[in-house]
Design a protein around this ligand. Structure first.
Ligand code: CP3
Length: 359
């Protein structure tokens, strides 16, 4: 049994009864918080911050000090895994992530090996352990990874891309090579997430940010099949507690039934899906996480609260019961007014308690 003071988030993921809808936000520790910017300045850069366990712990806790959030998420990045594979991650100011040595030649692809998470990614495991100690038994800690396809996009393109020309050219011309990259990356992700669980992560989320850019057929073969392998390879129980998994394919709402069938506990949804309709489609096979448009946080606080109530009402309209974790449909924008986040979190807690007392 869980010894947490607040395990609402874990119970909702397992579709057990909860008193209110738990809430956390993707990228909750980030540049919209002045205290985050201050710690990042002290660290030197974003990557130095990720690689310093005590500063990573400090920023992980910052949003929890401000808001009544129901989960903490490890402060890190999905691209630490290809960095540990030797691709040389760096962040060019204003341009997002880049790799010094993107995968271009067949020999480079054939030479890829899954990194030992306790060696090249030791700083992540140290951060997980330190965050767990700092959280005490307050709220659960989420560990995470990128999906193999999303990681492959950055590894092959070498950075962000509008059209995924290089990765998709490989998909069509040399599917064998792309499958090889995805295979090695899948093994890396399984080892990485299990090491996070071993180090103290109490739930895990897989971010498939670019799976939604694939064609209907290619999604199954090049993203979903690998997500399924990962879920099957995850440590299911640790310290007597189930470690739930969340799979989030941005833009993947049309494949919801297929995602819900791979064995994960919850599916993340972006703001383009209706939660009520999604709930009917998955028929209680999985919990759902989402799905407020992150840009709604730019409206007046009372509008933010009203939009949060709409998301809760949408889920609730398909019947009473749990299985919902409130979140945004994607990461919070760096320009978000911090006071609007308080309005959001409070509205989620208050309105979801009201919905439960009425039903
Ligand atoms: O949710 C959290 O608070 C945990 C931390 C977290 C970060 N990145 C911190 C971060 C998580 C879960 C991620 C995941 C991540 N990273 C994804 C998947 C989710 C998504 O957003 O689609 C992706 C695609 C990345 C790769 C990445 N890292 C990008 C594209 C960028 C640039 C974004 C930008 O706005 O410039 C990053 C950098 C990054 N990762 C920042 C943070 C807080 C901003 C870096 C900074 O402080 O300068």
């Amino acid at each position: 049994m869980s010894r947490l003071k607040n395990d609402t988030f874990l119970r909702a993921l397992l579709r057990q009864p909860v008193e209110y809808t738990p809430v956390w936000l993707m990228r909750q520790a980030g540049r919209y918080l002045p205290e985050y910017c201050e710690t990042r300045r002290r660290a030197g850069s974003f990557l130095d911050l990720c690689k310093n366990p005590s500063l990573a712990c400090e920023v992980t806790l910052q949003p929890l000090a401000r808001y009544d959030l129901d989960a903490a998420i490890l402060f890190s990045d999905i691209l630490t895994v290809p960095d540990a594979m030797g691709l040389g991650l760096y962040f060019a100011e204003g341009e997002g992530p880049k790799f010094e040595r993107p995968l271009r030649e067949e020999w480079e692809i054939r030479a890829l090996v899954a990194p030992d998470p306790y060696d090249h990614l030791r700083y992540v495991m140290d951060a997980v352990a330190e965050i767990r100690r700092a959280l005490g038994n307050s709220v659960p800690l989420i560990g995470f990874s990128g999906s193999p396809f999303t990681l492959a996009c950055y590894m092959i393109e070498g950075g962000a891309s509008d059209d995924f020309r290089r990765v998709k050219t490989m998909l069509y011309d040399r599917p064998d090579l792309l499958h090889h990259i995805l295979d090695v990356t899948t093994k890396s992700v399984i080892n990485y997430l299990n090491a996070q669980i071993e180090s103290g992560a109490q739930a895990v989320m897989i971010f498939d940010t670019w799976g939604g850019a694939l064609s209907h057929r290619a999604y199954r073969e090049f993203s979903l099949a690998y997500l399924e392998r990962i879920v099957a390879g995850l440590t299911r129980e640790r310290d007597g507690c189930i470690v739930p998994s969340i799979v989030f394919t941005k833009g993947g709402g049309q494949w919801l039934e297929d995602i819900a069938a791979i064995g994960c506990d919850a599916v993340g949804l972006d703001w383009t899906s209706s939660l009520a309709e999604s709930r009917r489609r998955v028929a209680d096979r999985v919990a759902l996480q989402g799905n407020l448009d992150p840009i709604a946080l730019f409206a007046k606080p009372e509008v933010v609260a009203a939009e949060a109530r709409r998301v809760l009402d949408d889920f609730h309209s398909a019947g009473p019961g749990g299985g919902h974790v409130f979140n945004l449909g994607h990461g919070i924008s760096q320009f978000t007014p911090p006071e609007n986040v308080a309005a959001l979190v409070n509205a989620v807690h208050e309105h979801s308690r009201n919905l439960r007392s009425r039903s």
